[in-house]
Design a protein around this ligand. Structure first.
Ligand code: PLP
Length: 499
């Protein structure tokens, strides 16, 4: 494809993408193809001769679209949103054009420097304490996902803990102590923390303990819950070294009690003393709300913690992937993740004057992801982003308000919290088994019909439906429609008329 052909193809592709977004609401939101549908309609191998763009593009509508679940549809209310915007897409386009695995500063200074600048902008926008800014000992780095961020900081936490608690030893004694301690290390997260903490523990080769949380605390982790598990671990001869605290848990968008967590940590594992426990704040989805001053009190305790991560790609109009990880001491990441082979050496890195982001992450190569964040921040501005979040918070309130008008059919389990409402269906005959059965039946029927797409979860042992009103294209009419669909389906199921 030459430049002229690229220009024509790109124009045709952009026309199609714009039309897709303009008409997305007319499409069935969740794909209903059968597994293996694509293999049946694609040739067994690539074409011998190259094909024209027109022929390739035709297959988008006929072959790919049927197998897409339309995450950008305003009728998509499942999981958390994966937001997209035109400036975000333009960032992806330029990033592809400038493709380079820019692992060191010298690989493309703009890639590193823009990342540092926009992550500092974002840290200020989210009201993170100064210790997370690059002008201090901290700084931000873009990771692919919140899960990747958790593995990365857990590895840094593990190495820091082992290094600091064995610094008085050397030689064989040191090796033995590290081997022994490694077998005792425990990573902690509440039972509502995202499963990525358990997965990270599995990858890092450490134990994992899930901390029970209470419905009466809205399923948030408190210092008291944490203290019980810390004492249990100690009694068992185990060594907790890491905790995930969450701002916006996946199931209910609960916010852990950061203040009491910080107090318990300073009592049992005081900061800046060997053996301190690394606290990571996972704000993957709800961290976006920190752009609004009314949520910024939530960051008050963060200076006592070690790292923070939020996904711009969930709720802040930035196309996947853009997970923004901040650490209070960048040295902790570099100490754990820097291995400088001879072919990676260069004068700039040796000078210590530049950042080499390869030392802040697991892979070596990295994409130019800060461009799309820069474009989004500049296109919407602070005010635009605040309006975006507030609009969705309001939609959550409208939806929950509607649900409350039908107390005969629905019960709100939690929320609305950060635009997430969790509800159960009221059965005709009272009882948890009946309630779980009818909630599941309504949920499955709604999704089978595909007009809206929801997810379910188990909250406090009860089966519940999650409705998220944070899709970029969502309007009040979409949440009203979701409510009506839930009413109709519930009545059908309760009356035994569902088919
Ligand atoms: N943490 C929380 C609180 C989440 O809700 C999720 C996913 O929804 C994740 C982590 C994992 O996100 P990612 O897909 O970016 O790894």
């Amino acid at each position: 494809m030459d430049s002229k052909q690229f220009k024509e193809a790109a124009t045709a592709a952009i026309d199609e993408i714009v039309n897709y977004y303009d008409t997305i609401e007319d499409r069935r939101v969740v794909s209903n193809v059968e597994p293996g549908y694509l293999r049946k309609i694609l040739p067994a191998g690539p074409p011998e001769e190259g094909e024209s763009w027109a022929d390739i593009q035709k297959d988008i509508e006929t072959k790919i679209m049927p197998g897409l679940t339309h995450w950008q549809s305003p009728n998509f209310m499942a999981w958390f949103p994966a937001s997209s915007s035109y400036p975000g897409m333009l960032g992806e386009l330029y990033s592809a054009a400038f493709t380079a695995p820019a692992f060191n500063w010298i690989c493309s200074p703009a890639v590193t420097e823009l990342e540092t600048v926009v992550l500092d902008w974002l840290a200020k926008l989210l009201n993170l304490p100064e210790c997370y800014l690059s002008s201090t000992h901290g700084g931000g780095v873009i990771q692919g996902s919140a899960s990747e961020a958790i593995v990365t900081v857990m590895v840094a936490a593990r190495d820091k803990y082992l290094r600091e608690t064995t610094s008085h030893l050397s030689g064989l004694e040191l090796e033995d102590a590290i081997a022994h301690k490694r077998s005792k290390l425990v990573a902690l997260g509440s039972e509502m923390a995202h499963s990525s903490t358990q997965k990270a523990a599995q990858i890092a080769g450490v134990r994992f303990r899930s901390i029970p949380v209470l419905a009466e605390n809205n399923f948030a982790l408190t210092g008291k819950d944490l203290e019980e598990v810390l004492l249990q671990c100690k009694a068992q001869g185990l060594e907790p070294f890491y905790l995930t605290a969450t701002l916006g848990t996946t199931a209910t968008c609960a916010v852990d009690d950061f203040g009491s967590i910080a107090s318990i940590m300073s009592k049992h594992a005081p900061p800046n003393v060997p053996g301190e426990i690394w606290v990571h704040v996972d704000a993957a989805y709800a961290g976006a709300a920190l752009v609004c001053p009314e949520y910024q009190h939530l960051t008050a305790s963060f200076e006592h913690f070690h790292s923070f991560d939020m996904n711009m790609h969930k709720w802040l109009l930035t196309n996947f992937d853009a997970s923004c990880l901040y650490v209070r001491k960048r040295k902790d990441l570099v100490d754990a993740l820097s291995i400088t082979a001879s072919y990676l050496r260069n004068d700039f890195s040796e000078s210590g004057l530049v950042t080499d982001y390869r030392d802040w992450q697991i892979p070596l190569g990295r994409r130019f992801r800060s461009l799309k964040i820069w474009f989004v921040l500049r296109t919407y501005g602070v005010k635009g982003l605040q309006e975006h979040i507030r609009k969705h918070i309001k939609l959550g309130e409208v939806f929950a308000g509607l649900i409350k008008t039908r107390g005969d059919l629905f019960k709100i389990a939690t929320g609305p919290s950060f635009a997430l409402t969790v509800l159960t269906i009221v059965p005709k005959v009272a009882g948890t088994v009946e309630q779980n059965a009818i909630t599941k039946a309504v949920y499955e029927l709604v999704n089978k019909r595909g007009e809206i797409f929801l997810t379910s979860g188990v909250v406090g042992g009860v089966y519940a439906i999650r409705v998220v009103s944070a899709n970029p294209l969502a309007h009040e009419e979409n949440v009203r429609k979701a409510f009506e669909i839930l009413v109709e389906t519930t009545e059908e199921v309760r009356d035994g008329k569902a088919s």
